[in-house]
Design a protein around this ligand. Structure first.
Ligand SMILES: *Cc1c(COP(=O)(O)O)cnc(C)c1O
Length: 361
């Protein structure tokens, strides 16, 4: 019998380190540094260490709790809070994060006050809205905004940044990327600022970056998905020389029986409010796996055995057709995950983690 529980995520730290250093080398000639983003792993200290030994100089995460977890585990790196700080938690932001991404003056004012209370300085990156309509200051307002930020005593403006694609799906292109650079140039000239970081986005910027002929006007990217899964976000294309299987989901069979492919009886909506559609394929070997909708996102996982396909899932059960590649009770089946499925599996308390490879650099 297996001694390691399923469902589990198998996380190969050597592959994550390899993916990190691959991206770093690829962009270093362009003068672009990489911030390793750990939010999809709930701030896993092991993954943060693998990213740092792969060469990232800073770790970014969207949640203060995750940053706290990594700090408590002894990780010594600059931490960047990616989600705009909650005004109610400015003390924790200053305590745990070295840098935060910001777009609200009222929050920034409180960050400065918190830094003063704690006897620290805090660095801010101002997010610029370039079309995706998530966080960001309008390019029309940013000069005025910077002017006001310069008056806060315990803050330093580290740079500016943008985030595209995540919310509305607006692509990075020559126009919006040039705009970020133009804003940086203008602010530096007008206010005599030294913007250390001009952050050009996330893994959704990579496809544009690989293909553009225009001049690159930023010097940093914040990358999570491309490091963990070896893919760019826009078209889910594999990145050359990177591993796509650094993280896999391992499940095991709890029932294996030949049953019809079509349900019998009047069909209504299932537990998730949808009326499922099935294909008549005669009898099949239906295997039930020990994972369900509360652990994974069904359309985000794929069996690594190409002969086995997913039939459906309920909260705790995943049914696959294993007719072409029979599985017995207790045997394991591995799946690849996309970012959404990874996020779900990483945040499920039922999915265990098994780290492979060297945990220490
Ligand atoms: C999540 C996030 C990232 C990283 O995105 P990936 O697609 O995983 O590379 C970068 N910046 C911000 C602000 C984020 O919220």
């Amino acid at each position: 019998m297996n001694t390691i529980n399923t469902p589990r995520l198998e996380i190969d730290l050597d592959k994550i380190r390899h993916n990190t250093s691959g991206l770093i080398h690829r962009f270093q000639d362009l003068g672009i540094s990489i911030t390793g983003v750990t939010k999809a792993s709930l701030g896993s200290p092991e993954i943060a260490r693998a990213m740092l030994s792969g060469g990232v100089k800073a770790i970014g995460d969207s949640r203060i709790e995750n940053i706290q977890r990594m700090k408590n585990a002894g990780i010594n790196a600059p931490f960047i809070l990616l989600r705009s700080p909650q005004i109610s938690r400015v003390d924790d932001v200053v305590r745990f994060a070295d840098i935060s991404l910001n777009s609200e003056l009222a929050v920034i004012e409180q960050l400065s006050a918190a830094a003063q209370r704690l006897g620290k300085r805090h660095r801010i990156i101002l997010m610029v809205e370039l079309g995706d309509l998530r966080e960001g200051i309008s390019p029309l307002d940013i000069d005025n905004f910077v002017d006001k930020c310069l008056k806060f005593s315990h803050l330093d403006i580290e740079g500016i940044g943008t985030n595209l694609t995540c919310f509305s799906g607006v692509k990075p292109d020559d126009r919006n990327m040039a705009k970020l650079g133009a804003i940086a140039d203008r602010l530096q000239t007008r206010f005599g600022l030294n913007l250390v970081t001009i952050s050009g986005g996330n893994s959704a910027t990579l496809n544009w970056l690989f293909n553009t002929r225009s001049q690159i006007k930023f010097n940093n990217l914040r990358l999570g998905e491309s490091i963990l899964l070896g893919r760019e976000t826009l078209y889910q294309e594999s990145i050359t020389d990177l591993h796509q299987d650094a993280i896999t989901l391992v499940t095991s069979v709890i029932e294996s029986q030949v049953k019809p492919s079509m349900p019998r009886g009047d069909m209504v909506k299932n537990a998730f409010g949808v009326k499922p559609v099935f294909e008549q394929r005669g009898d099949m070997l239906r295997c039930i796996l020990d994972v369900g909708q509360q652990d994974v996102q069904l359309d985000g996982i794929q069996s690594l055995n190409p002969n086995i396909s997913i039939v459906g899932a309920s909260s705790d059960h995943l049914v696959v057709d294993a007719s072409l590649s029979p599985l017995s009770v207790g045997s394991e089946l591995k799946f690849s995950l996309n970012y959404a499925a990874l996020l779900a599996a990483m945040t499920s308390p039922f999915v265990k983690r098994l780290y492979l490879g060297k945990t220490d650099p």
